[in-house]
Design a protein around this ligand. Structure first.
Ligand code: ADP
Ligand code: ASP
Ligand code: MG
Length: 444
């Protein structure tokens, strides 16, 4: 069985939903994971923001806007009176859930309930549409099987057994429709897999059912060699290895959720990225086979803090780095980049929740300073450490840019540069010009 995931733009209008229905309907049984209609999760974030700060008036206006948007959506999507009525019942249920939250204490827990409504809406409406077209479909409620533990990590074994139980009690169908992004946490509360998390749902389900392939359908024809929002003349990669794709996703390529490649890699399930707007384009296949390019692609990750610890005690000593790392472990904050000299160590983090506490805990080790608004630019390729000549090109491309840190040799796939956020755009553009002089013929 395959798992197909359609992102927000792919289900962003009634017309697009119809196109998705046509795309999946080939008689082969599959699991279909949907995101919320594009823009909805952002609107729910804003609505929850109002309630968190106690602004019920603005929250009500936002709820009314959502209501009229979805009434038009339903009227356009569902043509027969009976399906429309059912669509409006679904919408009213969601609106009632949201309205109930207006009158209670509103904490980040309630916020998660708000954020879950987008996927609950899109999947139910899509299912009603399929039914209205006599296409055999059943809903699989993601909250019945998607689970994360107390550290917000997915519990793959539990997901696997709960999913099988859910499938056993569900009527047979050609297409099983489920919500991306949402899950229950260790306290059995509604939670999510972080923004962009529907990709992660798809690869976790792919791993859970040992799917032959996970397809991620989006609004672009695969992983491009640079960020198409910033750089012109980017081109899609036909192939990327799990490692290459994982590094690109982790270091900011928005097309993939940062950790969604991991379950697919661990279970050996290939991921195919496809464009809903151009279904015939080959897209990108993520599997064991690499890009076979010394330099495959470039990505950038913003909102990084760089921390430097300078200490005479580091000189010729052992155990120092362990004590530094223990601080990050204590605050469950992953380190992305690290560079050391004899007297100082610099490292970066992207989760700033405990930044102040981390700085405080590091102070006994020496002089500590940090800078915010940094960006990691990550250059990914295949067996980079065995190639020659390209470091010169990279440094030539950024010769006029201050480099706060450089990390090389940590993996075979990646060289990372830390620059100020304000230099990001030109760094990506200049690297594109120096590293990719022409669009390779085999990608077109
Ligand atoms: P979806 O809603 O389908 O999950 P996303 O917006 O999350 O789609 O991801 C697709 C977008 O990712 C593209 O429209 C593109 O602008 C952006 N993007 C950023 N970096 C890359 C890249 N290297 N390759 C392809 N797309 C990228
Ligand atoms: N709807 C969620 C978001 O916008 C999850 C996703 O689209 O993958 O982040
Ligand atoms: Mg996405």
């Amino acid at each position: 069985m395959q798992v197909l995931k359609f992102g927000g733009t792919s289900v962003g209008s009634p017309q697009r939903m119809r196109e998705v229905a046509a795309l999946i309907d080939n008689g082969e049984q599959k699991v279909v994971v949907l995101s919320a209609v594009s823009g909805t999760t952002n609107k729910l974030v804003a609505l929850a923001g109002c309630l968190l700060r106690g602004d019920r008036e603005e929250a009500q206006e936002r709820l009314d806007a959502l209501q009229s948007e979805y009434i038009s959506f339903i009227e356009e999507l569902l043509e027969d009176a009976d399906s429309r009525k059912q669509g409006l019942t679904v919408l009213n249920g969601v609106l009632a859930t949201l309205r109930d939250l207006f009158t209670q204490e509103f904490t980040p827990r309630e916020e998660k309930v708000v954020l879950a409504q987008g996927e609950l809406l899109s999947t139910q409406l899509f299912h009603l549409y399929l039914r209205s077209q006599d296409i055999s479909s059943e809903l699989l409620p993601a909250l019945d099987f998607m689970r994360i533990d107390q550290y917000n990590e997915p519990e793959l074994e539990l997901i696997q057994s709960l999913l099988h139980e859910t499938l056993e009690r569900t009527a047979p169908a050609d297409y099983f429709i489920t919500q991306g992004y949402i899950c229950l946490n260790a306290d059995s509360e509604i939670d999510n897999l972080q923004r962009g998390g529907s990709d992660y749902t798809a690869t976790l389900l792919g791993a859970a059912i040992q799917a032959e392939e996970v397809q991620i359908w989006t609004d672009i024809d695969g992983i491009h060699n640079n960020d198409p929002r910033v750089v012109d003349n980017t081109f899609p990669l036909r192939n990327a290895s799990y490692r290459e794709a994982a590094e690109l996703a982790y270091f900011g390529a928005k097309i993939l959720h940062p950790t969604c490649v991991i379950p697919a890699e661990q279970s050996g399930v290939p991921i195919r990225l496809k464009n809903t707007m151009a279904p015939d384009a080959p897209g990108t296949l993520i599997s064991q086979q690499s890009s076979r390019r010394a330099i495959a692609a470039i990505a950038a990750k913003d909102n990084i803090a760089a921390i430097k610890i300078r200490s005479g005690r580091m000189f010729n000593a052992y155990g120092f780095l362990r004590r530094v790392f223990e601080v990050f472990e204590q605050f469950r904050t992953p380190i992305d980049m690290i560079t050391t000299s004899e007297v100082a160590v610099s490292l970066t983090i992207d989760n700033l929740t405990y930044l102040e506490a981390i700085i405080g805990a590091l102070e006994p080790f020496g002089e500590v300073e940090y800078q915010l608004d940094q960006t990691i630019v990550c250059i990914v390729g295949d067996r980079l450490h065995e190639q020659t000549g390209y470091t010169k090109k990279i440094f030539a491309a950024v010769e006029d840019v201050p480099l706060r840190m450089v990390s090389y040799g940590g993996s075979n796939n990646n060289i990372s540069l830390l620059v100020h956020r304000s230099d990001k755009e030109r760094v990506l553009q200049q690297l594109q010009a120096h590293l990719f002089s022409a669009v390779p013929a085999n990608t077109i």
